[in-house]
Design a protein around this ligand. Structure first.
Ligand code: HH2
Length: 290
């Protein structure tokens, strides 16, 4: 346990060590929403690009999120560009950004997920201490990724995505069909069902209205019988409801995550760990007093 955790006012003493067997089951067994903190080691992420490209600043931010109560740290070295304009990053560059950061972040004592769509990057990150794979293309972009996940026996987040938004489609049907394809790929690669988390991919290949629908109708995805993750943090649909730049969308992010949990989300992915943990604690206290 790190000094930051030990002295943190947000410390709950419920951190799950990264190398725990049945890591996902242990996280889901915490009896409260699981909070995944975002660490973008990128120059160009949509809300915090460039802030944590420097390894020391990245590590400081990771420590801070752990102290604030993050249950998982999601480390990414390529912007997934929910809003387009992607500049592709080579796997060598992605690994180069991760190398000075990942082992130290993994040593903080909280499970690390690697946010990548590339098998080679996932393999390097798992070797450096990551314990979960988070793929924003749901195992459908790099077909080798499912094999890497299966070989390491780690949990995987399968996120829905589309090349382009289509306002005419039934987004919930599209998400369900995508998940079915991903689950088929996972099954054929030998990934155990109890290692899979599904994520509707808020802001990815969706109009803002479809992102709102994905949270409102999240409960329909419970039929897969798998844990659900929602990452609404600072996303653009918030701006369309209540205009604000990305770093001023915390209120909208928290409202989204509270409702997502009410609709069945077990894990939320956020840039703002302290505020999110506080919101969940207060919501739980009010619920308990009913
Ligand atoms: N959103 C982003 C990135 N990865 N992974 C999952 N599972 N779910 C999400 O909603 C999700 C994700 C986008 O946020 P951010 O990492 O801040 O931006 P960028 O991709 O530009 O780095």
């Amino acid at each position: 346990m790190t000094e930051a955790r030990a002295t943190s006012p947000g410390q709950t003493g419920t951190a799950i060590p990264p190398k725990t067997a049945n890591l996902l089951a242990r996280l889901l067994g915490l009896g409260r929403p699981v909070v995944m903190g975002v660490l973008n080691v990128t120059p160009d992420s949509f809300s915090d690009g460039g802030r944590f490209l420097d390894p020391q600043r990245a590590l400081d931010h990771a420590r801070r999120m752990v102290a604030e109560g993050a249950d998982i740290l999601d480390v990414g070295a390529e912007s997934t560009r929910p809003y387009g304009g992607a500049v592709a990053v080579s796997r060598e560059e992605e690994v180069r950004r991760l190398e000075p950061v990942l082992p130290a972040v993994a040593a903080l004592g909280v499970p690390v997920s690697i946010d990548t769509m590339k098998a080679a990057v996932a393999a390097a990150a798992l070797a450096a201490g990551a314990a979960i794979v988070n793929d924003v293309w749901g195992l459908q972009r790099d077909r080798d990724l499912a094999r890497v996940v299966a070989e390491h026996g780690v949990p995987v987040v399968i996120m829905h995505n589309r090349e382009a938004a289509d306002p005419a489609i039934d987004i919930m049907a599209d998400i369900a069909a995508f998940f079915s394809r991903s689950l088929d790929i996972a099954d054929r690669a030998g990934i155990a069902r109890d290692k899979i988390v599904l994520d509707p991919g808020i802001g990815f290949g969706k109009t803002p209205a479809q992102s709102v629908i994905a949270i409102a109708r999240l409960g329909e995805l419970r039929s897969f019988g798998l844990p659900l993750l929602v990452g609404a943090s600072r996303k653009r649909f918030i701006d369309t409801v209540s205009p604000a730049p990305p770093d001023q969308r915390i209120g909208g992010s928290i409202a989204s995550h509270l409702l997502a949990v009410e609709n069945g989300a077990a894990i939320v992915r956020t840039h703002d760990v302290a505020e999110t943990v506080q919101a969940f604690r207060v919501a739980a206290a009010i619920r308990d007093a009913r």
